[in-house]
Design a protein around this ligand. Structure first.
Ligand code: ATP
Ligand code: MG
Length: 250
C-alpha cells in the first residue's frame, strides 16, 4: 500500500539549518538532514541535550525561521517557497505555539489573551469572546476567565496558553518544554490537555521535552543529537479520560 502524502500534517525532507559565521563566531550547523513525517492528529516528542537543535526545529516548523536546505511542508503549506507575508499568515492560521514561560500578556485577562490570535485574523468580537469561553472551558479555566496572568498559578497560566494556542483551530501545536516550570500535578494536567487536543480536535502536536511522562504521552519519541534526528520509541498513549488522577508515577 502506498502512503498518501495528504495524510501527513508535517513532512520534513532532509532539512538542514546552518547559522552563518558572524564576526568572530564560527558557523553553526544546527540541523543535519532531518527527515520526519507526522500524520494528522498524531503527537511526537523530541528530546535532546541543550544546543542539540530542538528549538531550531520548532522555529522552522512554526515559520519563525527558514531552513538552509531541504523541504518543509505543513498541511500543504510549502514553507520554503513562501514570502514573509505568507509566513505571517501561516503562523496565524496554522500554528499554535506553547512556551515554557507561558508568554501571556500580563495586562490582559485570560479570556483576552485567548482572543488575541483571533484579532490577528479579524474575527468579529462576539465570535472571539464566545470561542474564548469555549476554549477556556475545555482547559478547565472557566472560573478564572477574568483573571490576569499574575493572579494565576503556573499550571493555570499554561492551560490558558494552550487555549490561546488553539484559538484559530491550528493544524499543529508546537510546544517547547511546556511543563518545564510546573510541578507534578500541573504537569499532569498539561499532558492530559495536549493528549486531548490530538484526540478531540485532531490537532498535530510536536513537543520538545525533557520530561519522560510528556514523551510517553506522545505516539512517537525522537532524539536529536548535534542536529541529527532519530526515532527512539513508539508509545501507546492512554486516552486522557482513562487516566487515573491519583496514580503517581514519580
Ligand atoms: N540565531 C542563532 N545564531 C547562531 N547560532 C544559533 C542561533 N540559534 C541557535 N544557534 C545554535 O544552534 C544550535 C542549536 O540551538 P537550539 O536553540 O536549537 O538548541 P536547543 O536544543 O533548543 O537547546 P536548549 O535545550 O538549550 O533550548 C546551538 O549550538 C546554538 O548555539
Ligand atoms: Mg531550546
Amino acid at each position: 500500500m502506498s502512503e498518501d502524502p495528504q495524510d501527513y500534517a508535517i513532512s520534513l525532507d532532509k532539512v538542514s539549518k546552518e547559522y552563518p559565521a558572524h564576526g568572530k563566531n564560527d558557523a553553526v550547523t544546527a540541523l543535519r538532514e532531518v527527515t520526519v513525517h507526522v500524520r494528522k492528529g498524531r503527537s511526537i516528542a523530541i528530546r535532546g541535550d541543550s544546543g542539540s537543535g530542538k528549538s531550531t526545529l520548532l522555529n522552522i516548523l512554526g515559520g519563525l525561521d527558514v531552513a538552509t536546505s531541504g523541504n518543509v511542508v505543513v498541511d500543504g503549506w510549502d514553507l520554503g517557497a513562501m514570502s514573509e507575508a505568507e509566513l505571517t499568515r501561516y503562523r496565524a492560521e496554522a500554528v499554535g505555539f506553547v512556551f515554557q514561560a507561558y508568554n501571556l500578556l500580563p495586562e490582559l485577562t485570560a479570556s483576552e489573551n485567548v482572543q488575541l490570535p483571533m484579532e490577528a485574523l479579524d474575527k468579529p468580537r462576539p465570535d472571539r469572546s464566545a470561542r474564548a469561553q469555549e476554549l477556556l472551558a475545555s482547559v478547565g479555566m472557566t472560573p478564572r476567565a477574568r483573571h490576569k496572568p499574575g493572579q494565576l498559578s503556573g499550571g493555570e497560566q499554561q492551560r490558558v496558553a494552550i487555549a490561546r494556542a488553539l484559538a484559530n483551530d491550528p493544524t499543529i501545536i508546537l510546544a517547547d518544554e511546556p511543563t518545564g516550570n510546573l510541578d507534578q500535578r500541573s504537569r499532569r494536567a498539561v499532558i492530559q490537555l495536549l493528549r486531548k487536543v490530538t484526540v478531540e480536535f485532531g490537532t498535530t502536536v510536536v513537543v520538545v521535552t525533557h520530561d519522560p511522562s510528556v514523551a510517553g504521552s506522545c505516539e512517537k519519541e525522537y532524539r536529536i543529537r548535534e542536529g541529527k534526528l532519530r526515532w527512539l520509541a513508539d508509545h501507546q498513549p492512554v486516552d486522557p479520560s482513562e487516566t487515573d488522577e491519583d496514580d503517581d508515577d514519580d
